[in-house]
Write a protein that binds this ligand. Structure first.
Ligand SMILES: Nc1ncnc2c1ncn2[C@@H]1O[C@H](COP(=O)(O)OP(=O)(O)OP(=O)(O)O)[C@@H](O)[C@H]1O
Length: 320
């Protein structure tokens, strides 16, 4: 018998009420994540990757209107109360720009200690050695000395490792990593991604990797979900990325715009057209205005879900 998924999301939609109208940021999101699995969520800027992770983490602002048939984590319904209890413990998140996420005037070791004291919870006395162990686990050389460093004394890659140490301090079951390698040079990106992958494997921790970079997701993830304008348009085993076997016209464009193992934002801009305005009336397929195979009935709901295999799903009426 197969184990139930760690995370299940059924029919999640998210609107933001703004002065200029309702932004339909996410619609009909279905997603599962297994224990220990690494799932990449890929799409260009504005496709909804971050708001989806904020929805899972319960970090949405008051203008957000979230609806879902089901969001469950570890067999429990995730609601405002349960997610607040799990955040920082079972559920953890790292963001891009580690330098701005860290407190500039507090030693990095103390910042890890703060997390341990608040969430583990550990007494302050025991937290110092645990913080040093956490620095060692993210392969920071000479962790006893680095415990006393301020963020400005560390490189961007080291700061990101400190952020990872903080996120992992309470041994989460799910880590959401939102563009964790943005702003890092290519070698440091690989070091940080190898670290996340290795720790995930050691701890059987699930990871959601949010990225613009389809090649990176293909390399480090087990499965990849491609997002466009608030829809998940394709979910496939990551091996399909390297084999250029994604089917959705947008996913194929995204692949074509990924020149080698590292796509830059500018390369992704090579996809023709732009994201639709998410306020007002939208066609069922939000990609149709940019799509070379669209037909008039692509505007009609429902947006079909087409199973290529049990692990490969595409939401497109006409892709082969
Ligand atoms: N608080 C908010 N109020 C109104 N609209 C919002 C709000 N937060 C996000 N949005 C909209 O939701 C959509 C998805 O945004 P999101 O930040 O999740 O995209 P993204 O794919 O993560 O982009 P990026 O890669 O640039 O971070 C965008 O159209 C954005 O403008």
């Amino acid at each position: 018998m197969t184990a139930p998924p760690l995370l299940t999301i059924d029919k999640l939609s998210l609107d933001f009420d703004t002065r200029s109208g309702t932004v339909k940021a996410l619609e009909d999101i279905d997603l599962t994540l297994n224990k220990g699995e690494i799932l990449g969520i890929v799409g260009e800027s504005g496709s909804g990757k971050s708001v989806l992770s904020f929805a899972i983490m319960g970090l949405l602002d008051e203008a957000a209107k979230l609806r879902a048939d089901k969001i469950s984590f570890g067999g429990m319904a995730l609601n405002a109360k349960s997610v607040a209890e799990m955040r920082g413990r079972e559920l953890s998140m790292i963001f891009q720009s580690p330098r701005t996420a860290l407190n500039p005037i507090r030693k990095v070791g103390k910042q890890i200690e703060d997390v341990l004291v608040r969430h583990a919870p550990l007494p302050r006395k025991a937290a110092k050695s645990a913080a040093i162990a956490a620095l060692r686990q993210v392969r920071i050389p000479d962790p006893e000395r680095r415990y006393n460093a301020y963020p400005f004394e560390l490189s961007g890659g080291m700061c990101q490792r400190v952020m990872i140490a903080m996120a992992l301090a309470c041994d989460p079951t799910l880590l959401i990593a939102d563009e964790p390698t943005t702003g890092l040079d290519v070698t440091t990106q690989a070091v940080v991604m190898d670290l996340i992958r290795d720790i995930a494997a050691e701890r059987n921790m699930a990871v959601i990797l949010i990225t613009h970079d389809l090649a990176l997701a293909g390399e480090y993830c087990d499965r990849v979900a491609v997002m466009h304008a608030g829809h998940i348009v394709e979910v496939a085993p990551a091996a399909q990325v390297a084999q250029n076997a994604l089917r959705h016209p947008y996913a194929r464009r995204l692949f074509a715009a990924t020149p080698a193992a590292s796509a830059e934002l500018e390369d992704l801009a090579a996809i023709p057209g732009s994201l639709p305005d998410l306020r007002g009336t939208l066609p069922a397929c939000r990609y149709m205005a940019r799509c070379e195979i669209a037909r008039p009935d692509c505007a009609q709901a429902p947006l079909p879900a087409h199973d290529i295999s049990p692990s490969h799903l595409v939401r497109c009426r006409y892709c082969p």
